[in-house]
Design a protein around this ligand. Structure first.
Ligand code: FEO
Length: 401
């Protein structure tokens, strides 16, 4: 049975959601699933904007068939070649051999890498940035957005209805529940954290490229944002654009503290809790704390993108940083975390070397400052170290001011 929603009289959402996949990109937990959005424009020409992941192929094909209602499919626009969106290109070209693929040169190369379609050159309508596809009433133009999140990415702008089909940009983890518009849900309360986790982990490394896209988008009048994952935005678009502006610039949203600890037998964790209590006594609210062995790094990365201040408390392990903390630090480095204040606590029974190594990693992060003192524990926190924790707590609090 088809499951289609009308966005406008001549524009349909024909995507689908998957709640069975446990790891997006085989990395990121998605306990609430994910949606793969695809859009069908029914003008004088019919235009399919991106396909879907193969996991929702059957639903997608039924939706497309219903949407076309017997018409030919004239164009398939490929904004992004990652397989969560492009998997069904081969299916479309088999079902609709009349279709011409609208894409850029780099996308064509990737299509040939992923598939053995044997398409002749005239099956491609190769476009350059700014080219216009005349569909009848609608004129589509193309804005290149390299590295948001792959090099071939482009976004498509409907100059007639002022709709930006934004590829991965402005997407959100989470299956759709019938509601496909952000104004149909309490987005800030229920979905912002998953939008942030999606952004920070999937696109977060590419802040400068996202900034470039935001700049290009500024020049467009945008009445609707149609991303490839999550909700469509037709109201209060600036709310999400402002979030993206901060995230892309690696600016904290909140003056807030995130405490992470990697603890083998609980002593490093205990010290992290002492610090948390001292911060709370100073009036710090909404402290977030994570055991790096218990929480997937994607959640912690997301919180680090939100908060101004990060505490890294870690045991020494194999003469290095405790393994799960080291993984988190590598991930934070890979995601280009910047502009944060960072406090470090380490622990070691005979040679606490982790703190130095954490500091060396943090030193590679742009515009991140260490909060003094760096505290080192020998097996467990002792009462005589309480004053160092007081000073650290005070310095953290001063940094929040
Ligand atoms: Fe949703 Fe980069 O693919």
């Amino acid at each position: 049975m088809y499951n289609v929603r009308k966005i406008k009289e001549d524009l349909l959402w024909i995507g689908a959601s998957d709640r069975r996949l446990s790891l997006f990109e085989n990395v990121y937990p998605i306990p609430d699933g994910v949606s793969y959005n695809s859009y069908l424009l029914l003008d004088e020409k019919t235009v399919l904007l991106d396909t879907v992941d193969s996991s929702v192929k059957e639903q997608f094909c039924e939706n497309l068939q219903y949407g076309l209602d017997g018409r030919e499919l004239n164009y398939l626009v490929i904004n992004h070649m990652e397989p969560d969106h492009c998997s069904e290109i081969a299916t479309i070209m088999r079902l609709h051999p009349e279709t011409q693929i609208v894409c850029n040169m780099q996308t064509k190369k990737m299509i040939e890498q992923f598939f053995n379609l044997g398409l002749s050159d005239d099956k491609y309508k190769l476009i350059k940035e700014g080219d216009v596809l005349d569909c009848g009433e609608h004129k589509l133009t193309f804005v290149f957005a390299p590295m948001v999140h792959w090099p071939e990415v482009m976004v498509t702008y409907d100059t007639t209805d002022k709709i930006l089909f934004s590829a991965d940009a402005f997407g959100t983890f989470g299956a759709l529940n019938g509601n496909i518009f952000a104004d149909e849900v309490n987005f800030a309360h229920d979905y912002l954290s998953e939008a942030r986790r999606y952004y920070s982990n999937i696109v977060g490394k590419y802040g400068p490229q996202v900034q470039t896209l935001l700049k290009k988008a500024e020049a467009l009048e945008i009445k609707m944002l149609c991303p490839l994952h999550g909700f469509i935005w037709r109201e209060n678009i600036n709310y999400l654009v402002e979030k993206y502006t901060k995230w892309a610039a690696y600016e904290a949203e909140d003056k807030a503290v995130v405490i992470t600890y990697g603890s083998i037998y609980g002593n490093t964790a205990g010290a992290a809790y002492v610090l948390a209590s001292k911060l709370a006594e100073h009036g710090v609210k909404n402290i977030k704390m994570f055991d790096v062995s218990a929480t997937h790094p994607s959640y912690i990365i997301s919180e680090v993108f939100r908060a101004s201040t990060l505490v890294l408390a870690t045991a020494t392990y194999n003469s290095g940083i405790f393994v799960n903390m080291e993984n988190l630090l590598h991930d934070l480095t890979a995601h280009n975390v910047q502009n944060r204040q960072v406090a470090i606590i380490d622990n070691g029974t005979w040679a606490a070397t982790a703190g130095r190594q954490v500091a060396d990693m943090v030193a590679t992060w742009k515009n991140c400052t260490l909060i003094e003192p760096r505290i080192s524990l020998k097996s467990a926190m002792k009462e005589e170290q309480a004053s160092s924790f007081d000073v650290l707590a005070e310095n953290i609090v001063n940094g929040l001011a």
